[in-house]
Design a protein around this ligand. Sequence first.
Ligand SMILES: Cc1ncc(COP(=O)(O)O)c(C=O)c1O
Length: 397
Amino acid sequence: MEYDFDKIIDRHGTGSLKFDCAERRGKSKDLLPLWVADMDFPVPDEVVDALVNRSRHAIFGYTEPTDSYFEAVTGWLENHHGWKTNPRWYVLTPGVVFALAAAVCAFTEPGESVIIQQPVYYPFSEVVNDNGRKLVNCPLVYSNGAYSIDFDAFEHAVEQEDVKLFLLCNPHNPGGRVWSRDELRRLGDICNRHGVVVVSDEIHADFNRPGYEHVVYASLGEEYAQNSITCTSPGKTFNMASLQVSNIIIPNQKLRRTFRHSKTAFGYSQMNALGLAATEAAYKYGESWFLQLKEYLEGNYVFLKSFIEERLPQLTNVELGSTYLAWIDCRALGLDDNGLKHLVEDGAKLWLDMGDVFGPDGSGFIRINFATQRSVLEQALEQLESAVNGYLASRGE
Ligand SMILES: Cc1ncc(COP(=O)(O)O)c(C=O)c1O
């Protein structure tokens, strides 16, 4: 490998949410953080060069994406996902969560219903509740260690609650389900039948594991594309969340206008010039880095999976199709959410995302971000193992 993903780079003192904000968030300073979804790896050299070069120009006035920016982004989507997009379809936002909130405000009125599938990334419920809309949850079905969709329950909820908007997580976080063409089509058909606009959050699209194919929702066909908002971002793929660039792709002109109006109603217009420069360089030159990163992450996943099978047999790793976020069923330990949190934080000295933050359906699970150096991951799993063993010993097992 050209890049050394094993090399530890100290992130303390950079304002890192993971490494510098424990006490502010009510956590003990000595916890090893594997929670929020960013990676402990530096971006490709070409991205650093682009940032340095753009900085040297030293004028940071209002900036719009250029033709060359769109060539880079459309090229990535076409090469990696077989999806041809037109620069006219793009609306740029300073993040995907911003786009989810803008979509909620654009396509629903206060009090109207938005459907989500918990357990799901917690801002999905926040952008609905915080904007005074009605949250409708049609939970995923968890059975034999895998998640699926109850399509009848989904359609029933859409009808009963007069749902206007669906926030789809594609691939799903947490749980890492990569939705098949057939599953997406069935969801899309229900939404199209009932006039529900589909927002597909595809921020983790690039992380499909070997043997899994990411299907862009809007690529299913014209009738799906024309009723969709696709949220993409280099934030996860290239570890540049704080550079705050998301490309929101809306082929339908009417939906695009409504969405754009919502964005401007928030008071947001031009993007951050450094974010644009980094995004263009990442999509243009970052492929080789990304492919090596994926190989490294796959090694981490295989390591984590066998560690759990061999040394933590009380826990069940949910097989991931995508993302770098392991989702682990701890319910066999017989702990409630507080007890599990106590075991993770006070026993294992880890800062993880506890399953219940993703909705009640995530209760009893933990999410481990394994986009870190293998040695750090190993240390974290050993800490978890010793806390679990200590807990089992205290119960006389
Ligand atoms: C599904 C999903 N959507 C959106 C985000 C955050 O996107 P952004 O930082 O662009 O708002 C995350 C981050 O973890 C995520 O997992």
